[in-house]
Ligand binder design. Structure first.
Ligand code: HH2
Length: 259
């Protein structure tokens, strides 16, 4: 899954692809590099990010989704809002990637069900504005697992077939460095829920901290290391900014994982 952020303020590439033409070019480049899904987002969820109005978000993502979908590419929309998801599905997206797992807009579940779309339900502690203020868990992996099981049950109760749901532990969303490490170490426990697991560590701050203080653009090695470990522990979808090198690494790693 290649990341296309049509935002002025995303943590690692904010402002680079705010123009629809530049975002479409980036999406085509990532598809060419081996991404099988393009995840188009119009609102940053970095710690402290302020929410964007639905109309503004639609104006950012819809022209990009239309053009990528018209090329026959599979597109997911990274949103927590009902109106944005609806407009994105109308424009040709087929997956709703909701970092709030239908908590902010419960009606999203019925929309996904009605449209026969897929969805990714991610764990986040609270909301982006405050999620990094002293996050605490009883046991991070068990807590995230229970949350995802509950959200999966909610989606299914709202009519989304289980086969259309992916789950994501939400690396960096209300987590300390140690919480992120524990989730990577014990990712198999999340995989054991039985749905495909999406893993999103790309360029995140814990990788910079662990490598002795690396900026966003210098976290590719950490991104590769964690994605390879996630693959070995059963993750199925890898959400990244740098598709070409990660695809290479995952191909090599996959060849060594017992079938
Ligand atoms: N991470 C981000 C955004 N959306 N979706 C899923 N399913 N999993 C993730 O880990 C995830 C996500 C944050 O990364 P990015 O899109 O690069 O940054 P920003 O939110 O600042 O646009």
């Amino acid at each position: 899954m290649g990341i296309v952020n049509v935002t002025p303020d995303s943590f690692s590439d904010g402002g680079l692809f705010l123009d629809a033409g530049a975002a479409v070019e980036q999406g085509l480049r990532l598809a060419d590099e081996g991404a099988s899904i393009l995840d188009v987002g119009g609102e940053s969820t970095r710690p402290g990010a302020l929410p964007v109005d639905a109309g503004e978000e639609i104006g950012r993502v819809v022209p990009v989704i239309e053009r990528l979908a018209a090329r026959g590419l599979e597109v997911s929309v990274d949103t927590t809002k009902l109106e944005v998801a609806r407009a994105a599905l109308d424009a040709g997206a087929t997956i709703v990637n909701d970092v709030a797992a239908f908590r902010f807009a419960p009606e999203l579940a019925a929309l996904v069900a009605e449209r026969g779309a897929g969805c990714c339900l991610m764990h986040m502690l609270g909301e982006p504005r405050t999620m990094q203020d002293d996050p605490r868990y009883e046991d991070v992996v068990s807590d995230v697992k229970s949350f995802l099981e509950e959200r999966l049950a909610f989606a299914v109760a709202e009519g989304v077939p289980e086969e259309r749901v992916w789950l994501d532990p939400g690396i960096g969303f209300g987590k300390t460095v140690e919480h992120n490490l524990e989730l990577v170490r014990r990712l198999d426990e999340i995989v054991a829920i039985g749905r495909p697991v999406v893993f999103g560590s790309s360029r995140k701050s814990f990788l910079g901290k662990l490598a002795g203080g690396r900026d966003e653009g210098e976290r590719l090695a950490g991104t590769i290391a964690t994605n390879v470990l996630a693959l070995e522990r059963g993750a199925a979808i890898f959400r990244v900014h740098d598709v070409a090198p990660v695809v290479d690494a995952l191909r090599v790693a996959a060849a060594t994982v017992a079938p």
